[in-house]
Design a protein around this ligand. Structure first.
Ligand code: TYD
Length: 201
């Protein structure tokens, strides 16, 4: 037996953080996120807030190092201990966001060794709605939170998700404009359908 590894993805402002919290509470799962709260993740958060800290070309390597650390330190031990893991972002984010700075096949190679999640939920939201939510949040914006960049990242997500589905990754796309409870219900229904599930805990 092993825990289930579930990832929630989407553009900035698509509501992933809320759904990670709700799903992990319902499942009694371990909630986690990327960038992580580990040493490399901390470095990344500093870099995201300050474009002078490291260039965009360095970020793909930092995200891959953070992911390796995340898998070794958090994800694999929890899954082996039969605990479900719900992560706010995973390699899908790198493939979409970092392929603005580096060819997609190079980002793919940096992430080639990382296990696929049992399920990825992609919260699909149009860029104007994402921008409106980011503005309403009123926090400092990180380097990707501009309309033009989100449009490019959105297009990249489309291509990347199609490619990952093709190779057998299990991905479910949901309309992130739905209400929070409605999305939560759809996510739970999808998790119930996972092959390894013997019923929700
Ligand atoms: P985010 O989940 O938005 O963090 P917060 O809730 O603290 O704002 O993630 C931070 C940013 O990092 C977001 O713009 C997406 C980006 N990102 C990448 O560019 N590549 C990656 O591999 C990951 C995991 C995140």
């Amino acid at each position: 037996m092993s825990g289930r590894f579930i990832v929630i993805e989407g553009l900035d402002g698509s509501g992933g953080t809320t759904q990670v919290r709700l799903l992990s509470q319902t499942l009694g799962a371990h909630a986690t996120r990327e960038p992580t709260d580990g040493p490399v993740g901390k470095l990344i958060r500093k870099a995201l807030g300050d474009p002078m800290f490291v260039g965009d070309g360095v970020l793909p390597y930092l995200f891959a190092a953070d992911r390796k650390d995340h898998l070794e330190r958090v994800i694999e031990p929890k899954l082996s201990g039969d605990v479900d893991v719900v992560s706010d972002r995973y390699y899908h984010s790198s493939l979409a966001y970092q392929s603005l700075a580096m060819p997609l096949d190079q980002v793919m190679s940096l992430n080639a060794d990382f296990r696929a999640p049992d399920l990825c939920i992609f919260l699909d939201l149009d860029v104007p709605s994402c921008m409106a939510r980011i503005e309403a949040r009123g926090l400092a914006r990180d380097r990707f939170e501009t309309k033009r960049q989100l449009e490019e990242i959105s297009a990249q997500y489309g291509a990347v998700l199609a490619m990952l589905k093709q190779r057998g990754d299990r991905i479910l796309m949901l309309d992130a404009a739905d209400s929070i409870p409605s999305i939560q219900k759809q996510i739970l229904a999808a998790v119930k359908g996972l092959p390894t599930v013997e019923g929700l805990k």
